[in-house]
Design a protein around this ligand. Structure first.
Ligand SMILES: Cc1cc2nc3c(=O)[nH]c(=O)nc-3n(C[C@H](O)[C@H](O)[C@H](O)COP(=O)(O)O)c2cc1C
Length: 207
């Protein structure tokens, strides 16, 4: 698909049909996840990939209880997604990498010295590669935060304590009634307020 069209079509999907994905599609999405940039090539991003109904059910049982679902029935369609990719970020890989001789003078072997946590940046970049690949494959995808039970999730799926579950990407085929999230109510900002030419807030022009 043409790149501009992929960008344009990339919207978070919250309602999926339960049609299965092919192995080739899953492999292609998994490979895309590893094609993002990586600070110092630290490669601290990993994924827990859930494809069986049993594993996906275990994930959702951990995240959503019956009461909550009965108050938010439309979220059942989110759970129909046949593929879940839990984005895991490992800060230790970054601390180790930035302690190596070519990065040693940065002082970034110590977590408090990082002005920006690049392990979270890399997780976002990797997730974006998956979201775009999904569109390229004619599929739909949505990224969701993991707001509860992180500890139980780690135990249930044997995730090492040092990895942060940043969120989950659900991938599948969109239902026709896909719900828009916050973007439904909140207008897109005027690009001139976000793109600053030369100096912040001065002489910005619309692009
Ligand atoms: C870090 C991050 C966390 C998000 N968490 C959720 C979430 O938990 N639930 C949800 O429905 N959408 C979530 N979204 C999707 C945003 O609501 C969505 O990206 C935004 O409204 C813009 O819409 P679009 O991505 O479809 O263009 C998240 C997006 C990001 C980048």
């Amino acid at each position: 698909m043409e790149f501009d069209l992929v960008l344009q079509k990339r919207k978070m999907c919250r309602s999926f049909r339960d049609d299965a994905l092919t192995d080739a599609e899953i492999t292609s999405l998994a490979r895309a996840a590893l094609r993002g940039p990586s600070a110092g090539f630290s490669q601290g991003i990993e994924y827990l990939i859930l494809t069986t109904e049993q594993d996906r059910r275990r994930f959702w049982e951990n995240q959503v209880d019956v009461d909550w679902l009965s108050r938010n029935p439309s979220h059942r369609d989110t759970q129909a997604a046949p593929l879940l990719m839990v984005v895991l970020s490992g800060p230790t890989a970054y601390l180790t990498r930035y302690a190596m001789p070519d990065k040693g003078s940065s002082g970034l072997h110590s977590i408090e010295n990082w002005p920006v946590p690049f392990w979270i940046f890399d997780a976002g970049a990797s997730a974006m590669a998956v979201l775009l690949k999904a569109v390229d494959l004619g599929l739909a995808a949505g990224f969701f935060g993991i707001f509860r039970n992180q500890g139980d999730l780690a135990v249930k799926f044997n995730i090492p304590a040092e990895l942060i579950p940043v969120g989950v990407i659900a991938v599948g085929h969109a239902k026709s009634d896909n719900r828009l999230g916050s973007a439904k109510a909140i207008p897109r900002r005027d690009p001139a307020t976000q793109l600053h030419a030369g100096e912040y807030g001065k002489g910005s022009k619309s692009r």
